[in-house]
Design a protein around this ligand. Structure first.
Ligand code: SAH
Length: 260
């Protein structure tokens, strides 16, 4: 099996020490399923002071990462055949589970972390994709890239104890996952639903499916709405079931997405 390579360009390599203590990543590193190569931007800085940032042209607050050190660091990385470069930026496309799945078939992700006010605009030319982890601003790209390393690593064969746990989970389809319970049967007067201890696997399956749909409609109906644009048999089925579920709950004709 080929190893998945993460090459991260960062001014704060120490921020990545935590990944050795993150369960799935630790296991993947131990089993040699992934390599995480940290490229300290400072080493590519300019002059005696290894300068990596400078004031913005046109004035304004904060410092901007210079382009040369980032280009030098990027050039120094051995590129594997199936490789992509991601630029961490709150201006990028918001990360989705589908992106992690898509990238998991590559051999390498090169991840560029910004800092301060961000990076010189010309750095964008290095990126195959610009990625945001959500509509908020962090102080650097390190936490976003750890999210990507973590989320992608758990999709690689051999990293999860039970690969079955990937099948139903939230965001794999357009549905959130059903509720989970473990022992004890009764906790603070809250009882595990009878069906889960009934032993009837067919009924458990359909209960879970229904809860999944119910949950998604209640919390993230936008996910199902987005599915509307996707013509796959899977999405048609989800939308049909959601409509049926809403009809059942409201008790009259109710079509959230009448097109289906
Ligand atoms: N002034 C910039 C933000 C700079 S934040 C702007 O308005 O676009 C500093 C760095 O942190 C960014 O360059 C980026 O690498 C990282 N960062 C901050 N928030 C992020 C997010 N939501 N997703 C991905 N990277 C982020």
């Amino acid at each position: 099996m080929t190893k998945f390579n993460f090459d991260v360009i960062t001014l704060f390599p120490k921020a990545f020490e935590s990944i050795n203590n993150l369960g799935v990543i630790t296991r993947a590193l131990d089993k040699n399923l992934i390599n995480v190569n940290l490229h300290d931007l400072r080493e590519y800085g300019e002059g005696n002071y290894r300068q990596v940032d400078d004031k913005p042209y046109g004035g304004g607050s904060g410092m901007v990462l210079k382009p040369e050190p980032i280009y030098k660091a990027h050039d120094s990385i051995d590129k594997l055949q199936n490789s992509k470069t991601l630029l961490m930026t709150p201006q990028g496309q918001v990360l989705k589970q589908q992106d992690l799945l898509r990238w998991s078939s590559l051999d390498q992700l090169i991840i560029i972390c910004g800092q301060y006010e961000g990076f010189d605009e010309r750095v964008r030319c290095l990126a195959d994709e610009e990625v945001s982890i959500g509509d908020y601003v962090l102080s650097g790209g390190e936490i976003p890239s750890i999210s990507i390393i973590n989320g992608l690593t758990r999709l690689l064969p051999g990293t999860l104890g039970d690969p079955g746990s990937l099948i139903d989970e939230s965001h794999n389809s357009s549905l959130l996952e059903y509720p989970h319970y473990t022992r004890p049967l009764i906790f603070k007067d809250m009882k595990v639903p009878d069906i889960l201890v009934s032993g009837n696997h067919e009924e458990i399956k359909s209960w879970r499916r229904q809860k999944s749909i119910e949950r998604t409609l209640e919390r993230r109906s936008d996910l199902i709405a987005n599915e509307n644009y996707n013509n796959s048999p899977q999405s048609k089925r989800i939308i049909k079931e959601s409509n049926q579920f809403m009809n059942f709950r409201i008790g009259n004709e109710y079509d959230i997405y009448p097109d289906w």
